[in-house]
Write a protein that binds this ligand. Structure first.
Ligand SMILES: NC(=O)c1ccc[n+]([C@@H]2O[C@H](COP(=O)([O-])OP(=O)(O)OC[C@H]3O[C@@H](n4cnc5c(N)ncnc54)[C@H](OP(=O)(O)O)[C@@H]3O)[C@@H](O)[C@H]2O)c1
Length: 171
């Protein structure tokens, strides 16, 4: 089972600002939808609140330490391990082999030891923000794809689609 991150990161490491994305990149959101459709998605409570509703066509698993937290149409987990168990169960029931970890900063940090793949959109900008992606240990991660995408008419910035895979010797 792959544990895959999907993230958009600016050149200065910023991924969020004021619990929102610091850019408008509809082309990247389309790619996000395509990459995650049909697969379980795991997110932190703050990212869920920022999105505002469960995403369709995907089992939405929300991490919160608050035992009272519940949202109709979602699954809530209180630990990383419980979220992974739910993710594996949901993936198996849909016959998919990937659990998608979709942020934010706290969640990427907590799941980093479990991650095997990162769909990494490098946003060619340096915005201000208050949420950052954790630094990658490049002795563990190998870049296997990189494609520059010019900003579409509604995108704020150019970006590149990168794919990182955990090196075999460290998985
Ligand atoms: N650029 C991107 O690709 C991208 C993707 C996603 C999000 N973002 C941005 O990232 C920012 C949000 O990130 P964030 O770090 O502030 O919040 P977050 O990671 O979305 O959520 C944090 C919350 O998750 C829960 N949590 C975290 N670790 C946990 C653990 N080990 N066990 C159980 N629950 C845990 C806690 O909820 P409780 O407080 O309820 O206990 C915590 O307050 C926003 O600006 C958002 O727009 C960017």
């Amino acid at each position: 089972m792959h544990i895959s991150f999907v993230v958009a990161v600016a050149e200065n490491g910023i991924i969020g600002s004021g619990n929102e994305l610091p850019w408008r990149l509809p082309s990247d959101l389309k790619r996000f939808r395509k990459l995650t459709m049909g697969k379980p998605i795991v997110m932190g409570r703050k990212t869920f609140l920022s999105i505002g509703k469960p995403l369709d066509g995907r089992a939405n698993i929300i991490l919160s330490r608050d035992q009272e937290f519940s949202v109709e149409g979602t699954l809530v987990a209180q630990t990383v391990e419980a979220a992974l168990e739910l993710g594996k169960r949901e993936a198996s029931s849909k016959d998919v082999d990937e659990i998608m970890i979709i942020g934010g900063a706290e969640i990427y940090k907590a799941f980093m030891p479990h991650a095997t793949r990162i769909y990494y959109t490098l946003v060619h900008a340096e915005p201000d923000g208050d949420a950052s992606f954790p630094a990658l240990d490049f002795s563990l991660w190998k870049e296997v794809e990189r494609e520059l995408v010019n900003a579409g008419p509604k995108d704020c910035y150019d970006f590149s689609n990168l794919l990182y895979e955990k090196t075999a010797s460290n998985t």
